[in-house]
Every structure is written in C-alpha cells, then in structure tokens.
Design a protein around this ligand. Structure first.
Ligand code: 3PY
Ligand code: MG
Length: 355
C-alpha cells in the first residue's frame, strides 16, 4: 500500500506534541532493552506492532543497573525497572472537535466512554477517527461484554477495548474471542506456503470469532483491509475492568487468560460491590488491599495494570505503586472543576450601587 510517511500518525508514543513533554523526548532517546512481559518482544514484532499495544510495550523499559556495572558483571540482576507513565483522558461527551482538542494535549490515549458516557455509535466512530488522526490511541469502553459492542468498537478503528464489569474466566475468554479474527489454518490453493498471508506469520496470536468486514478500521491504522485483518489481532488491546466482588475473587485466573492484555480497576464500582460507598474508595483499606491484589495478579501473569484516576496526585501515586496506564480525569470532571473554581472567584462581584 502506498504510504505518505510524513503524514502518518506515530502510534509509538514518540510523537512531538504542542506542549513541553520532557518524558516523551527522553523516551525517543532511550536505548534501554525491552523487558519480557509476555507480550511480543522479539525483534520482528518490534517493527510490526502498532497502536496502543506498541505504546504500552514501549513503556516497559529496563533501567540501568542500580548499583553500577560491577554487579551486573557478577551476574546480579540489580536493575531498576523503569516504566514510563502512559496517560490518557476520559471522554464522556460526544464530538470529534472535543476529541481532537484533548488528543493534542499530550496524552497517549483517549478513552471514549460508551458505557456511562453520552456517546452513541456514530459519535464513537467520529471520536475514534479524530483521536487517531492526531497520532494518539483511541480506546473504547464498550457498554458491556457483548460481541456486538466489541465488534462495533474495533470496526470503528479503536486501538483497544475496555470491558466493564468482567467477573469470570469464561467472560474473559469470550471477550477475547469476540476481539480476535479467526486465524487461518489453511493455505489458499495454488499459493506458496510462505506467503505473508500464511497462518505461520500469526501463529502465536490468539484466534477468535471476530466477524470479518471492517472497512473503516484500516484507514485509522493507515493500512489496507488485508493488512488490517492480518495484523489487528496483535495491534488491538483487550482490557477488562475488575470492579465486582466476583471479578476480584477471580482476578488471578482472569489475568492468565490468553489474549487479555490488561486488568483495569474501576475503583468506584469495586468499592460499591464490596459494600462501601463508591466515592470513598481512596480511604477504605479493604478496597486498597483489593487494588493491590489486582495489580499483583496482572503483573504476575505478565499483563498490564490500569487504574481509573481523577487527579494528577492519584496518577503519580498509582504510577509509583506500579500501575502501567492511568487516565487523568475526564471531560465532565474537568469542566465542572474549572467552572466551579472560576465561578467562586466572581461570587463577590456586585455591579454599581445597590438602590
Ligand atoms: C469505576 O470507578 O467504577 C469505573 O468504572 C471508572 O469509571
Ligand atoms: Mg465502573
């Protein structure tokens, strides 16, 4: 396919943004090795991986030896793992212009919330395209673990899906199967077996039952339909929200499901499901223990861990705790906060003498 590389979005997390972003600038200079995470990390895949999976993989770097080279010489693996923060924004209002505006601020992903947001199917398509055109990853939170929702989100070109309320291994397996195209097991008669279409190229990927007929998604990835179908299983990320008591109880087994890339905590629903007031989750030790348990389960299985955050303090703290991906609040929260703050500053203004 003819490409015009100067116009291609950079889904690798190294793009330039309007804002000063030292960490991103350092990213592109980094010569650290990629840590083995259970995701594709060999040389050939590094060239091929696109979208949010690539952004996430590139975030996982291995730091320099903490105590210097001498210890490395004696075979001690005293390295500090440096995981770059992958940060996003949560969209609940519809609108391509809004999506584009936030995407330009320096985020790695924009989550388009079709569970609780005011975003229908058409608005999701518009937002996904607008975000991706800025070289940022569109991630869609689907309304629930339903084949139709997964299909429509990925067919719009989303780089990944976030599924709410995932509670069992069976649901996790079903979710993955909805998100993955069937991997061909037979070759086309008359074609040589080493063609790029051959099943061996994608043999390490998880096969599924995703319906084939996605004419919009390839444009988002700047691919042909054939390239998209061949590579989408690896270039799209599948994330499940752990936010129910059952999900918490099963989180270690859920994390191990092949093809599931990330456990993402919804702290409000999690607290609520545990019997606590939803919005108080930050100050409830039992909920924080549950958060720690999900984080450990994800990493033990070689998967990513994500966390819903509403402030920069939370993002910083959760990143230090070990989370790989966070959102820094969302559109309605930002609008309310800015307005309430500014409105309070003019409460005392009175015009002219009171007659
Ligand atoms: C939760 O906190 O329950 C979420 O799903 C975040 O929106
Ligand atoms: Mg929730």
């Amino acid at each position: 396919m003819q490409r015009f590389s100067q116009f291609l979005p950079d889904f690798s997390g190294n793009r330039q943004v309007a804002t000063t972003d030292k960490s991103r600038a350092n990213d592109s200079k980094s010569s650290f090795d990629v840590v083995q995470t259970g995701h594709d990390t060999d040389g050939s895949d590094q060239d091929k991986l696109l979208g949010l999976p690539r952004v996430m993989r590139d975030a996982r770097k291995q730091g320099k030896p903490v105590l210097g080279r001498t210890f490395a010489f004696f075979g001690l693996a005293l390295t500090r793992r440096v995981t770059k923060l992958r940060k996003g924004f949560w969209m609940m209002f519809p609108g391509a212009a809004l999506a584009r505006t936030f995407a330009q601020l320096g985020y790695d992903f924009i989550l388009i919330d079709c569970e609780h947001g005011n975003i229908d199917d058409a608005a999701m398509h518009a937002a996904v395209g607008a975000v991706a055109a800025e070289g940022v990853s569109p991630l869609v939170r689907i309304p629930g673990p339903d084949n139709v929702h997964v299909k429509r989100a990925l067919d719009s070109g989303a780089h990944g899906i976030l599924c709410p309320n995932l509670s069992s291994v069976e649901e996790a397996r079903a979710l993955v199967s909805y998100a993955k195209f069937p991997i061909p097991t037979k070759t086309v008669p008359g074609q040589s077996s080493d063609t790029k279409n051959n099943a061996s190229v994608i043999s390490r990927q998880v096969s599924g039952i995703r319906g084939v007929g996605s004419p919009f998604a390839p444009a988002v990835f700047h691919q042909s339909l054939g390239e998209y179908i061949r590579t989408a299983n690896r270039n799209t990320l599948v994330a499940a929200q752990i936010e129910t008591l059952a999900g918490l109880e099963n989180c270690e087994e859920i994390a191990k499901v092949d093809g599931l890339d990330m456990l993402f905590i919804g702290p409000n629903d999690l607290a609520s499901s545990m019997g606590y007031p939803a919005l108080e989750h930050e100050s409830i030790p039992e909920v924080q223990d549950a958060v720690e348990r999900v984080l450990a389960a994800a990493h033990a299985a070689g998967k990513y861990a994500g966390m819903f955050c509403t402030s920069s303090e939370q993002v910083r703290r959760r990143h230090e705790q070990g989370f790989d991906l966070m959102n820094l609040g969302g559109d309605i929260v930002a609008l309310q906060a800015w307005n309430a703050n500014e409105l309070a500053k003019i409460e005392d203004i009175r015009k002219g003498p009171i007659i």
